[in-house]
Design a protein around this ligand. Structure first.
Ligand SMILES: [Zn+2]
Length: 290
């Protein structure tokens, strides 16, 4: 599935009514069994309301409830279009850009952007990586630029990345670059039996004697990027470069509080790199089922 064009997008979602019907269809579907009267049947749109009603007992269903759209006065088509914009840009979408493209206030644009990132994190899920015979690259990096004059790691946040060769990536923002946090994330997100590739940073050394993992390292201090057994952290470093380009190039300033959301956005997009059409499709269809 390739990415949708803008023309295809507006053909599929010409107005708010079509968008609301789409949301009802993916969450409840035709012939949905009424939670009140228990009968399955048609759910015609309730005139003048963002709701549908049971053909038998008239019970109302509001498809926006329980989704990121709940309580929003922004038209649904604009939300969908904002998601479309996220699929179009390699380096993310700034609140300023959303403000301009959607014609909403900066505050609304900012909120929509973050709601969509939260949604991405939920849709992506956190299935653990690796397993027997699988290789997972692990690395961590400082991401910042939000504190003027910050030196080295000071005032920056640390993102850890775990990437299964040929598979998915998982990110986690950690408070400290130490064994407890780093090994804790590895044990939480990487299945037993995996082969783990890291650089020679001190906190990873304990993995050498770990019962559940095989551990191979590359020594960047001697400019080694692929070790004797093919071990490397090149792919996870590439992912970090992309994340930093997005943050520095598009958002300029990211507070540590929100960094995790930007990392999850990058993760969601990366995990659909082989099937770019899935980016918009998943965003528009993966909602809690009614
Ligand atoms: Zn009913």
């Amino acid at each position: 599935m390739s990415k949708q064009t803008i023309r295809q997008f507006f053909n599929q979602f010409p107005d708010d009514d079509v968008c609301l019907q789409h949301l009802f269809n993916v969450r409840y579907g035709d012939n949905h069994e009424c939670p009140k009267c228990g009968k399955a049947g048609k759910w015609p749109r309730l005139k003048g309301h963002k709701a549908f009603s049971c053909q038998w007992c008239g019970h109302h269903i509001h498809p926006m409830a329980g989704t990121i759209y709940e309580g929003s006065t922004t038209p649904l088509q604009l939300w969908f279009y904002a998601m479309f914009l996220f699929t179009k840009s390699r380096n993310g979408v700034s609140a300023k850009e959303l403000e301009r493209q959607l014609g909403v206030t900066y505050k609304t644009a900012w909120r929509i952007g973050h709601k969509i990132r939260e949604h991405m994190a939920r849709v992506d899920g956190e299935e653990p990586l690796g397993g027997c015979g699988e290789v997972v690259q692990v690395d961590e990096t400082y991401v910042g630029g939000y504190k003027r004059g910050a030196q080295g790691g000071k005032g920056k946040a640390i993102v850890m990345g775990m990437l299964e060769n040929g598979g998915d990536v998982i990110t986690a923002v950690i408070p400290r670059r130490d064994r407890k946090n780093m090994i804790g994330q590895i044990e939480k997100n990487i299945l037993d039996g995996s082969e783990i590739h890291t650089d020679t940073a001190q906190p990873y050394k304990v993995l050498r004697d770990h019962e559940e993992y095989t551990h191979l390292t590359v020594d960047h201090s001697i400019s080694e990027y692929v070790g004797d057994n093919g071990q490397t952290t090149n792919a996870i470093e590439g992912f970090f470069s992309q994340l930093k380009r997005t943050i520095q190039g598009t958002h300029v300033w990211v507070s540590p509080k929100h960094l995790a959301k930007y990392a999850k956005e990058a993760e969601f997009i990366y995990n659909r790199r082989q099937n770019q059409g899935a980016i918009l499709h998943d965003l528009l269809t993966c909602f809690p089922k009614g």
